[in-house]
Design a protein around this ligand. Sequence first.
Ligand code: KG4
Ligand code: ZN
Length: 388
Amino acid sequence: MRILSIESSADETAVSIVETVGDFPTATYTLLGNSLRSQVELHNTYGGIFPMMAKREHAKALVPLLTLALTEAELLEEGSTSVDDTNAINKILGREEGLAEELLTFFAKYSLPEIDLIAVTSGPGLEPALWVGISFAKALAFVLKCPVVPVNHMEGHILAALYNVVEDDKLAQIAFPAIALLVSGGHTELVLMSNWIKYEKIGQTRDDAVGEAFDKVARLMGLPYPGGPEIGKRAALARTQNLPPYKEALPRPMLHSNDFDFSFSGLKTAVRYSVEGETLTEDNKNALARDFEDAAIEVLLKKTTKALDHHHAQTVIIGGGVSANTYLRDTFTQTLLASHPDVEIYLPHRQLSTDNSIMIALAGHAQLATARTAGAIPLIRAEGNRSL
Ligand code: KG4
Ligand code: ZN
């Protein structure tokens, strides 16, 4: 089966072509073509994502990215693809300025390959951004006469952590129950997986997501958006130089609370107070980045371990943009190896930590398995707050 997948939930637009052989979860997933365009530079100017601007950028990027992915997959030929009803395309893409025209020009120029399934992120994310991807998927599906399956972005992050871990184009065949820690710009969640596709959210942040805290703390220090990678680099420097703490220790919110929830806004506020009115040297910034990372990751580790013990889990999966963080990766791996030697830990390849469309193809294939048993492919809407 050939899957075309589309991601546009936040500030990355991405299109992939993945070929699958076999059924979920034991299929082989071969990446034929992959393209991604980040809007980071644009949002950097504003220190965060503006939904309407993100939407416009996604609309501009989709046809070029589709062209790139199909070209890389060696599936694009000069010629033309017949479109039975151009009005339908205009209607589906009516809200996306210029996109219908661009897509019709693309169809007039190229003959498209057979695609068996289109997978598109339907949530969670920024609704205007999600709608562009969904409408684009629907327009493509209309012309290519194939089904579209809506994908939960967070399920994508979970499966990305299991993909290709042993370089065989397959998902790791994990032991259940598993605990997934999802750490991204919009989410911080603990999810109990009793089996494949069986998710139960057991904890979440009550305010800011941890990635958001990384980004806000970076901003307080005058570092560029997104702050996560920048904080990570500076914290690593502070560790190699063994810099003393910037000021007094930062708080570990909800470290001992009797649940699996998180809170990061107090930590961010503590950082704000500690820098207010100060002129920070480079060493101050590096030390503070390290102090912040220590605090945030200690809480993530403690709550994950607690969930692991409580649910007698055999597997830990970490997904989402913050899973690219080196200190998080090392700390989780080393601590769990010592405290829970029988538990397997799965982290995504670094390129698959942050948003991408490969994970959307994987989750699309997973959802197709359930949709098939349910006998229908569901109608698609953008669900900004969609949960697992
Ligand atoms: O999953 P993702 O790409 O997008 C969302 O679904 O939100 O996550 C983006 C988040 C941002 O907050 C970014 O600062 C953070 O992931 N991030 C990192 C690192 N790389 C990305 N945080 C800490 N260390 C990193 N190396
Ligand atoms: Zn994400």
